[in-house]
Each structure stands twice: as C-alpha cells, then as structure tokens.
Design a protein. Structure first.
Length: 147
C-alpha cells in the first residue's frame, strides 16, 4: 500500500525533497539529453561584454562558424555581428545556421577604432577604443572695468 523509499540522504532536509519529488506527479527528472542541450544553449552564442575606461570589449562564442563566415560591421552607434553558413552535413544530418547580434556602443567610444579577431576556439574578440578625454583648458577672460 505504501511505497518504501530508501533514505540515502542525511538530516539536511534532502530526504524530504527527494520524497516530494518522487511522490509529485508533476515532477519529471531531466534526461541526459535535456542537460546536454541546456549546456549547449548556455555556451553557443554566449557573449561577454567589458566596458572599461580605456576600451569597450566583446567576446562572442562562434565556434560553429569559420572566420570567413563571420561579418562584423560598425556605425557610430552600434556593432553588428552576422554569422552564417549554408547547409552542411554533420554527424546528426544536415544543418544551416545564421546568427545576428547587435551591440550598442557607449557614447565615449571611437567607432573608427573597431578591431576584431577570431581565435582557434571560435571566440570572436571585438575591441573599440575610448575617445581621448581632453583635459579642460584654461581660457583667459578679460576683465572689463566700468567706473
């Protein structure tokens, strides 16, 4: 009549959580494929942005693309990364991919200084230098005498 569940957990409360999960009809354990897909989704297209005093930097994971399949463009307001490859065969069948990602540039960046490199792991590095801040100049102001 009652299911006997062995208690493999200590008194930290984990056994109660395990009992609730086993007895809850809405609980489904993630399969290996679910976990693997979640890990891929977290990694693919993942980007990191750093905005320091000297530069604006983006690192973008594009390991599914060759450098010639990646196009980086910039205007004074944003950087756009467009990566695309036509249908090709992999171990699961045929796949084609396309990704467009746009990053807003901070106002103090020099849009003419954008550089990009891609390493052997497929990580695209984009760097944009900040504009040089000119120190305030002292301007002499004539003093008029009105008497």
């Amino acid at each position: 009549m009652f299911a006997v569940v062995p208690r493999y957990f200590d008194d930290s409360g984990l056994f109660q959580l395990a009992d609730e999960m086993i007895n809850n009809p809405w609980f489904t354990r993630p399969t290996f494929a679910d976990r693997a897909l979640a890990n891929l989704n977290e990694r693919f297209g993942d980007s990191q942005i750093q905005n320091t005093d000297k530069e604006f930097r983006v690192n973008l994971d594009l390991h599914h693309y060759k450098p010639e399949e990646v196009k980086v463009t910039s205007d004074n307001k944003k950087i756009t990364v467009h990566a695309k490859h036509e249908e090709k065969q992999d171990k699961h069948g045929y796949v084609s991919r396309e990704m467009i990602r746009t990053y807003a540039l901070p106002e103090d960046t020099d849009a003419k200084s954008v550089t990009s490199t891609m390493n052997s792991n497929g990580v695209l590095n984009i760097r944009v230098a900040k504009k040089a801040i000119e120190p305030p100049k002292e301007i002499p102001i004539a003093v008029e005498y009105k008497g």
